[in-house]
Design a protein around this ligand. Structure first.
Ligand code: MG
Ligand code: MG
Length: 281
């Protein structure tokens, strides 16, 4: 965590394989989006995701994490991350975070989004603000990545984005610190860890071809969390609701390629201040 770790870039061929894995994650999340409604259980969503990933040549890589048997993490309301799919029935107004990963041909994608069950009309205004703030902070964090730049610029940018949103929205947001982004490639979780908050160090130098999962987790209150007795589910200690967005992204010499976005990030990157730089083909 002190910047001595030297980052390695992926070859173009490896990035193409990671795009295939990332696209499968993006399509799975797209399918899930349409399935989320009141009355559905989180386990039903998990089955939809597993079926979709396996029928498209992928492996649900969360099942490769020791002790974890599901395809998704589904975290509801005060649950931050690592919620286990089960018999919980989603209700109108629930704030649901869905985290999904897939491995294809030995390469991995990892992404997450949050949404209110029942849509905008069913949502509390503060939940809509939290979702917008968290998603914007993800794009701000990614946009801070450039070849030759420094890795921990991500945390500076996420924190600045959340601070600006808090001031604009007149709300208190907490950035969770116990869980962070990570490198990704032949395995879903690789070094280095990537904080979502400003740290004193600048971190290692970013290189062309570096791939990472950036994943801010933000709450409507305190950032303190604890793990439930199931040994997985992370909840806010003050019971406030939490939100999680994640993308896997490749740093390229010319800009960024968001491997788990359906459009590669084309629509969002420029607005966030970064160039869209996919590989051709
Ligand atoms: Mg994830
Ligand atoms: Mg991740």
């Amino acid at each position: 965590m002190f910047g001595r770790h030297k980052l390695r870039g992926r070859t173009d061929e490896q990035l193409m394989l990671m795009r295939a894995a990332g696209l499968l994650v993006a399509r799975t999340l797209d399918v899930l989006h349409a399935e989320i409604r009141a009355g559905v259980t989180t386990l039903e969503l998990d089955r939809v995701a597993e079926e979709f990933i396996r029928s498209h040549g992928g492996i649900p890589n969360f099942q490769l994490v020791p002790g974890y048997a599901h395809t998704l993490c589904t975290s509801v309301n005060e649950e931050v991350v690592h919620g286990i799919p089960g018999q919980r029935v989603l209700r109108e107004g629930d704030l649901l975070s869905v985290d999904c990963g897939a491995e294809v041909d030995g390469w991995n994608g990892d992404a997450a989004f949050s949404v209110v069950v029942g849509g905008t009309e069913a949502a509390r205004p503060e939940d809509l603000d939290l979702i917008a703030a968290t998603e914007a902070s993800l794009w701000a964090g990614m946009a801070a990545m450039r070849a030759g730049g420094r890795l921990y610029a991500v945390g500076d940018a996420v924190e600045a984005s959340i601070d600006a949103a808090a001031a604009r929205d007149g709300r208190r947001y907490g950035i969770v610190e116990e869980y962070v982004g990570h490198g990704i490639g032949p395995k879903m979780h690789l070094d280095p860890q990537i904080p979502n908050y400003a740290v004193r160090d600048t971190g290692p130098k970013l290189v062309d071809g570096f791939t990472a999962a950036i994943e801010p987790m933000v709450t409507l209150g305190s950032a303190d969390t604890h793990v439930l007795a199931d040994e997985w589910t992370v909840v806010t200690s003050d019971g406030s609701r939490a939100c999680h967005f994640e993308h896997s992204v490749a740093v390229r010499g010319e800009g960024l390629w968001v491997l788990t976005a359906l459009d590669g990030g084309e629509a969002m990157l420029e607005a966030a201040g970064a160039a869209y730089a996919p590989l051709p083909g």
